[in-house]
Design a protein around this ligand. Sequence first.
Ligand SMILES: [Zn+2]
Length: 412
Amino acid sequence: MEQLIGYLKKFLLRDQEVAQQVGYTSDETQFANYKVVIRPSGVFDCLSEPKQVAELLQPDMEYEGLPVLFGSDKSYQHSDTLVIEADMVATAYYLLSRYEEQIIAERDEHGRFTSSLSWLGQCGWLDRPLVDAYGEFLHLRVTGKQPSYCGAQLCLTHDLDRIVKYATARNWLGGIRRMDFAEMLRTVCNQCNDPYWTACRDLASLTGDKPDVRQVFFVYTATHSRCLEDSGCVPLECIDESVLQELKSLPAEIGVHFSYAAGCNKSLLDSELQTAHFLLGRPISSSRYHFLANLKASDLEWQESIGITDEYTAGYADRVGFRLGTCRPVRFMSPLTGRLSNLYLHPLAAMDRTLADSRYMGLGNDEALRQLIELKTQVKHYGGELNVLWHNSMVADSASQLHLLQQLVEAW
Ligand SMILES: [Zn+2]
């Protein structure tokens, strides 16, 4: 547990020297060693028992304007040490490890935890990274100075559910029904002219030479799924060699887009990863789930065991914001044991469909841009990583989607 608490303190404070001046103890004889002490609320004594942790929750408590879930809102001076009873360390753990999802069993029709179930959603903090705000508050109390964070990055990510529009007989029949003859003719001559692949090229051109903008394309490789949610996808093995070569030459990272079916099956995860590895001829270590369908602790442990080091699913499909309470990549912590893994979770802040789809936020482009700029302001302030997800198919089907993303890149 000592290693876990050490990691959480370092994650909050960032600077080892500053972190060492924050104690996490109830032992009064130790207080003089620290400038700030947070008194543990008991959460780490009962991690394996979600019911006991649930009994400690204080969902309406605030300390110095920050919602805190455990402990009390009291603080006092002990000689030169500020002692705080609001347990920010345990609350940070509750959010970062998704302990909350161990306590609340309710899910949507795709098995997803939704923003309205989350404490951050309920207390109006979903679009501000609360854990990072704790770090800022503690830094100010320890040093007397407002921290200045740098190194913010914009990360454009793209799930290639359908890397090309026309690959299978079903795709071509759909084109005939829609009478899309011109684009079908262009594609049949050369698949590099396929509208969904052309959209990938358009997306790849967005980053320019900006050093603080990077890009990840997630390729879908499953060929075995019987899930309805996977049925419209085009596996990577269906594309022509010419498109595959262009994909390999994109100046972007490539990850694997795990199928809807793979979330329930470790061997499928492994085979989809190996297929990506084989077809692209390079090791793949980043991933995201189709439909953002899975963020189960057991599944993240499986992903780690097969060699995934960076996971990008941690966002909500129904609302933009910071599901993990942070805008920075964080090591996955197994919620019930506190085991610190080597898998990094990259918070996903916004998705094209979340903003545009009437089932979710249903915003016009002006309001969508305003939401993105607000997220950008938060991420820049905390020196984090703004991960956004834009689908190549959305960009091909609606020119305004590319324009919206372009506006975000320009504003960055
Ligand atoms: Zn997908």
